[in-house]
Design a protein around this ligand. Structure first.
Ligand SMILES: Cc1ncc(COP(=O)(O)O)c(C=O)c1O
Length: 335
């Protein structure tokens, strides 16, 4: 029987399936029987990351020929903005970004890549509030339309019901790789689309999986309500009337202080993953999620006898914007 998921149109932007790797030394480090890494940092689009799966669905209408410009919003080190900019170029479109946050002179990490893709950027100084960035994008969209351009806009993080389908598909892929046994899947949570897709996808394809979110910016209650909205939209597109509800969203919000700011535990997790597994995590997203994973194992919230699968959602370019914070790690003898 055809899976309705395969009848919903999408673009091909990601290299799939991504690998599922064992992480035996990191497992031993936290006394887990088994730890695996789902390598969605290797989706390929402009350096990889979770947004490639979401953009496959979100950007399908943008490739119809009716648009000439892609627009989106994000924080100054937004992976979503960088990957949308790359996708725009793949589709032969112009790209305009509204970014926000602390102003620094340096153009580093994702912002450097945005520049390379020729993205025109409007930057909200010291303000990465979603509503403010969305209003700025709407104003700019109208300006462009008045000038005869045909912009297509994508909301923060590509988190829409359609975008979340990327992670319904991602969970089907993971179920094929891992099999049907019990698992605890740990996911980084920002704008909630990845988490929403994982929960809807797990209910469909991997019922033995417990999905555990680690928030990097929102409170538990804010994640729950936004994720539930996205799950309703996403499940609706799949013809389901029984979307998982708010109560089914397991998320922890104790592993960030302020969006974007590196935490001590996050920095430690980045170093541990790099030194034990040669695995690169970042200070804004996946480093915090790994810090959460290690702590939840220690607290007994995650079970040691059930495999843990860390969904690596990417973010590598961000590392290069945190040189100041990471520089003390360097052990160099100049001769
Ligand atoms: C590297 C990385 N991980 C996780 C996330 C969170 O995904 P979502 O916005 O779908 O919650 C993001 C979003 O920006 C990201 O860039």
């Amino acid at each position: 029987m055809t899976d309705i998921l395969d009848t919903i149109p999408r673009l091909t932007l990601a290299d799939l399936p991504t690998p599922l790797h064992e992480a035996p030394r990191l497992a031993q480090h936290c006394a887990l029987q088994r730890l695996l890494i789902k390598r969605d940092d290797m989706t390929g689009l402009a350096g990889g990351g979770n947004k490639a799966r979401k953009l496959e669905y979100d950007l399908h209408p943008a490739a119809s020929g009716a648009y000439d410009t892609l627009m989106t919003v994000g924080g100054r080190q937004s992976n979503h903005a960088r990957m949308t900019a790359a996708a725009a170029r793949i589709l032969g479109l112009d790209v305009k970004l509204v970014l926000g946050g602390p102003v620094t002179e340096a153009v580093q990490g994702n912002m450097l890549l945005d520049a390379l893709f020729g993205a025109e950027i409007r930057f909200l100084k010291e303000n990465d509030d979603n509503d403010a960035m969305m209003s700025e994008m709407r104003r700019w969209e109208e300006e462009l339309q008045s000038a005869g351009k045909r912009p297509f806009t994508v909301p923060l993080g590509g988190s829409t019901g359609r975008g979340a389908l990327g992670y319904v598909r991602g969970m089907r892929e993971l179920a094929q790789q891992f099999g049907g046994g019990a698992a605890q899947v740990v996911v980084t949570v920002g704008s909630c689309g990845t988490l929403a897709g994982c929960i809807v996808g797990a209910a469909r394809y991997m019922p033995g999986a417990r999905i555990v979110g680690i928030s990097v910016s929102r409170s538990t209650s804010a994640v729950r309500s936004r994720t539930a909205e996205l799950m309703r939209e996403c499940a609706g597109l799949l013809g389901q009337t029984d979307a998982p509800d708010e109560e089914s969203v397991e998320v922890y919000d104790g592993y960030f202080e302020e969006y974007g700011a590196i935490t001590r535990a996050g920095r430690e997790a980045i170093v541990t993953a790099a030194r034990l597994e040669g695995l690169l995590l970042d200070p804004v997203y996946t480093g915090k999620a790994m810090a959460g994973l290690l702590d939840l194992v220690r607290l007994g919230v995650l079970r040691r006898d059930v495999p843990v699968i860390f969904l690596h959602t990417g973010g590598l370019p961000i590392l290069f914007a945190y040189e100041e914070e990471l520089r003390p790690l360097a052990q160099i003898t100049y001769r």
